[in-house]
Design a binder for this molecule. Structure first.
Ligand code: B12
Length: 173
């Protein structure tokens, strides 16, 4: 599946909200006026699709354009798509339980591409096989290079919206 959306924002961007609970690196600056482009993907092992559709809609509601790569995305394909679309943010969603391990490997692959060294990447969903959030996983994923980790919890979607509202758009190449 390859979907490129261009819906209008349904309202003004929410004011930045600082959530002390979200495991998010604090080096994201405030944005400018250009519509931000967000690439939505999952990891190579993950066949679940509705999580990606759901996230696409959430992100479009916040006034971003979305490129949705669909399920089972090989790491190299994601790198190529980033070079092609030059997104302001990559959102990795995984629910099959392998998101943690696949996410660490994916980040190592992205890190090997110097052109993507400044690209913010976040991950969320059900990242382990236990179904719930884990205390150590977010820290490990942040150390690996993810800018934010949004494991399933009642608060995680709100925290993700706040993160997105604060995301700057990069200058056009
Ligand atoms: C439908 C489904 C399938 C379908 C998927 C079809 C398709 N085309 O999508 C099929 C049958 C293929 C399938 C297969 C498997 N599945 Co399945 N599947 C489901 C099911 C029933 C619904 C998923 C769904 O569509 N939800 C609707 C979407 C909108 O919600 P969501 O996926 O939960 O995503 C939300 C959040 O996770 C969050 N979120 C997700 N990503 C991100 C990212 C960010 C940044 C943020 C902020 C939030 C966020 O936001 C979303 C909206 O709230 C769930 C159980 C359930 N009731 O949730 C199991 C479930 C996800 N599957 C599960 C498993 C284990 C599997 C299999 C491994 C089973 C097997 N042994 O083969 C395989 C894996 C296949 C693979 N290679 O990935 C487990 C995962 C367990 C875990 N992680 O701990 C679940 C939870 C079932 C269970 N309770 O055990 N599955």
């Amino acid at each position: 599946m390859s979907v490129q959306g261009a819906l209008s924002p349904v309202g003004p961007e929410p004011a930045p909200v600082r959530s002390g609970a979200a495991p998010v690196r604090d080096d994201v600056e405030h944005g400018d006026a250009r519509r931000r482009r967000v690439l939505v993907t999952t990891v190579s092992s993950d066949a679940h699709t509705w999580n990606l559709v759901y996230l696409q809609k959430v992100i479009e509601e916040l006034g971003c354009d979305v490129v949705n790569l669909g399920p089972c995305v090989p790491d190299d394909l994601l790198v190529s798509a980033c070079l092609e679309h030059r997104p302001d943010l990559v959102v990795v969603s995984s629910v099959n339980g392998h998101g943690h391990q696949d996410g660490l490997r994916l980040m190592r692959t992205i890190a090997r591409c110097s052109e993507l060294s400044q690209l913010p990447v976040v991950i969320g969903g059900k990242l382990g096989i236990d179904g719930g959030a884990d205390e150590d996983r977010p820290a490990e994923l942040l150390r690996a290079g993810f800018r934010g980790v949004f494991e399933d919890s009642p608060a995680s979607l709100g925290q993700f919206r706040s993160f997105l509202a604060r995301l700057p758009s990069r200058a056009e190449p």
